[in-house]
Design a binder for this molecule. Structure first.
Ligand code: IPE
Ligand code: IPE
Ligand code: MG
Length: 263
């Protein structure tokens, strides 16, 4: 299996437009509550924001957009809200897939699907199959996904295939088994809704991602907000462990074998 570069093993190429944006779409419930509406109306309105984010990414030439739609911990919510989210998911896939396909968008779903009902699992599979050959933006929806689940699932897969590597496997051995193995690591992570936490999103892949937090609630997150996040990303200096001087080329430091700079 081919492995993409890892931010902890080599220095990735950095471009001005992020190649991969990952978003925690948070704040739907509070958006609705503020308007004296049931929480689920916020989820419904959130679909519009996702459509807009997909459009902006396509326009700007972002290659991968990965969004957190339902975490492995969201099953703890009230039964009614969970079942609303499941039917919204199904409806959204059925309604949007033709449009995504027309726009050359490849849809992928990551997470443990075994807990979803048969109809949803079937629709997920056919949506992925239909768009598998598309070469535009890759939109990945994380559903019943958790970063810890992803890592455990990868380790189980690797040990099943290569029990001989049990105590010696490397990052490169493990990476092909992770959910996002075909995508570069996210350049930019955005969380809407004001919370400053990762909530078990892509724990492995966010190692060197630039983080952007905004108080804007997801249903109110529009083109301007996304462009603002990207321009804040463009001001960052991505050092991947190196010094600022190394990046500007002002002072070249070559570590000796002992890991100390040469005198
Ligand atoms: C995010 O919005 C959507 C899901 C987790 C499904 P929330 O539903 O978490 O909205 P808040 O955070 O309660 O406002
Ligand atoms: C994270 O949001 C998951 C999704 C947006 C799908 P939550 O609202 O579930 O996160 P916490 O509970 O505030 O950490
Ligand atoms: Mg929330």
């Amino acid at each position: 299996m081919a492995t993409l570069p890892s931010s902890t093993r080599s220095i990735p190429d950095v471009s001005s437009v992020p190649r991969h944006i990952a978003i925690i779409m948070d704040g739907n419930g509070r958006w609705a509550k503020k308007r004296f509406m049931p929480r689920v109306m916020g989820h419904q309105r959130g679909v519009e924001s996702l459509r807009e984010a997909v459009r902006v990414c396509r326009d700007l030439g972002v290659e991968y957009l990965t969004v957190f739609a339902f975490s492995s911990e969201n099953w703890r919510r009230p039964v009614d809200e969970v079942s609303f989210l499941m039917s919204l998911f199904l409806k959204m896939l059925e309604r949007e897939i033709v449009n995504l396909h027309k726009n050359n968008i490849r849809l992928k779903i990551i997470g443990d699907r075994s807990r979803f009902d048969d109809a949803l699992q079937r629709t997920m599979q056919s949506a992925e199959q239909l768009t598998a050959g598309n070469t535009g933006l890759t939109l990945t929806i994380a559903a019943n996904y958790g970063g810890r689940w992803d890592m455990m699932h990868a380790v189980h897969g690797l040990l099943r295939d290569r029990p001989d590597l049990a105590t010696t496997f490397s990052e490169e051995d493990l990476m092909p088994y992770l959910s996002m193995s075909e995508a570069p690591e996210p350049d930019l992570f955005i969380r809407t809704g004001g919370e400053k936490r990762i909530s078990n999103f892509m724990l492995w892949q966010l190692a060197y991602t630039e983080l952007h937090f905004t108080d804007t609630l997801w249903p109110a997150f529009d083109r301007k907000e996304l462009e603002r996040a990207i321009s804040s990303y463009q001001q960052r200096e991505r050092r991947f462990g190196r010094t600022s001087e190394q990046l500007s080329g002002a002072q070249e430091q070559i570590p000796s074998k002992q890991g100390k700079p040469r005198a």
